[in-house]
Design a protein around this ligand. Structure first.
Ligand code: NAD
Length: 363
């Protein structure tokens, strides 16, 4: 029996996670995969209920689970809290304490969405890249960190530290090369070597690790250039390996290649149970309105089937169903486009994906 911890979180989190759980339940029956689901509170909802963004019960639930399905956390209600008490801390603690250092963010254009992106069809057709974001180091966790008196005595000073060790770079680079070996065998390592000491170490360690993988073509790119090349020629990329903050920003940018941030899933892997979540946030502007696109979360559930359960046919069935639903012109508002579109809400999109999976299995 596979235990899945379900953490819906805040904003649109509960709406999109509900759909992904519905899909997993049906997949479990169709593919004979015994799954159990246990829900926990996290983020702002947990602050409201328990006074902390990651209550001990939720932490125990996650520690004991085989995988975690996560929605999103945060929202204006908690924006005035100090940074280390905010909802996002719950997620950061989970990533850090479970040792989930490898964040896989596949950016694959579904063909029916080629005209949904603001970018030209001839630039994005066939895009299939993967941003591999280091998830437990860099600015998010480096010490010293915080706000204190400014050294010149005038006001305050805010400090974040961008720090990486050889070990942290080596282990994520190795995952990057292993993933590239199963894809088109190209890895682009992204850094800011012209300015940052951490990037100098990053580039050197990645180049040294590359010697173990002679079949993989490695190139290095500065992050500012990468931001530009992602829009100019996204098809040139296969695996994009980068540190925590750069990866966060570049993958949101890459979301526009595939039409909407509501389409991009992710898997966070490492020492503990895999954590699966959409790359987007809690979208408070559309929360509770049945407008959120659940496909990023449903595709994250497909990643769970692939990476934690190693059930490739089940993962592929979910992805194929998403593609077929889009081919049939069903759209949530974020991916609406001119044409014979049927506009649907969050729940109906989930139902359509399930219907499609069932039909495909009956064939
Ligand atoms: P966001 O990703 O929540 O939203 C950005 C824009 O994308 C909004 O216009 C939103 O409506 C839209 N959007 C996001 N997901 C969508 C979906 N599934 N379907 C359709 N449209 C979607 O980013 P933000 O507005 O900068 O942040 C809102 C809150 O989320 C903040 O509190 C932030 O800290 C938090 N956040 C959490 C996570 C996480 O939990 N992993 C990640 C990023 C941001």
């Amino acid at each position: 029996m596979t235990r899945i911890a379900v953490l819906p979180g805040d904003g649109v989190g509960p709406e999109i996670v509900r759909e992904a759980v519905k899909v997993l339940r049906r997949i479990g029956v169709l593919f004979d995969i015994p799954l159990t689901f246990e829900e926990g509170v996290v983020g702002g909802a947990a602050i409201d209920q328990c006074g902390t963004p990651l209550p001990p019960e939720t932490w125990s639930l996650c520690r004991a689970a085989d995988a975690i399905l996560f929605g999103a956390v945060g929202g204006p209600k908690w924006d005035s809290l100090p940074v280390d008490c905010r909802p996002e801390r719950g997620l950061l603690r989970l990533r850090k304490e479970l040792g989930l250092y490898a964040n896989l963010r596949p950016v694959k254009l579904f063909a029916p969405l080629v005209d949904t992106s603001p970018l030209k069809r001839e630039i994005i057709e066939g895009v299939d890249l993967l941003v591999l974001r280091e998830l437990t180091g860099g600015l998010y966790f480096g010490e010293p960190k915080g706000i204190g008196p400014a050294p010149d005595g005038k006001g305050e000073q805010g400090i974040d530290t961008l720090s990486y060790t050889t070990h942290e770079i080596e282990r994520i680079a190795r995952i990057g090369f292993q993933i590239a070996a199963q894809r088109r065998k190209r890895l682009t390592s992204v850094d800011k070597v012209n300015v940052l000491a951490s990037s100098q170490l990053w580039r050197r360690v990645v180049a040294e690790t590359a010697r173990e993988f002679p079949d993989i073509e490695l190139d290095h790119m500065l992050v500012d250039n990468c931001a530009m090349q992602l829009i100019r020629d996204p098809r040139r990329f296969d695996v994009v390996l980068t540190e925590n903050t750069f990866g966060d920003i570049l993958s949101d940018e890459a979301a526009m290649i595939v039409g909407s941030i509501g389409m991009l899933p992710s898997a966070s892997l490492g020492d503990g149970p895999g954590l699966y979540e959409p790359i987007h946030g809690s979208a408070p502007d559309i929360a509770g309105q049945d407008k959120a696109n659940p496909l990023a979360t449903i595709l994250s559930a497909a990643m769970l089937l692939r990476h934690t359960l190693h059930r490739e046919p089940a993962a592929a069935a979910v992805e194929a169903a998403v593609s077929r639903v889009l081919e049939a012109w069903y759209r949530t508002p974020d991916i609406r486009q001119p044409g014979p579109t049927t506009l649907v809400g969050t729940a109906q999109m989930g139902d359509l994906v399930i219907e499609r999976i069932v039909k495909d299995c009956e064939k």
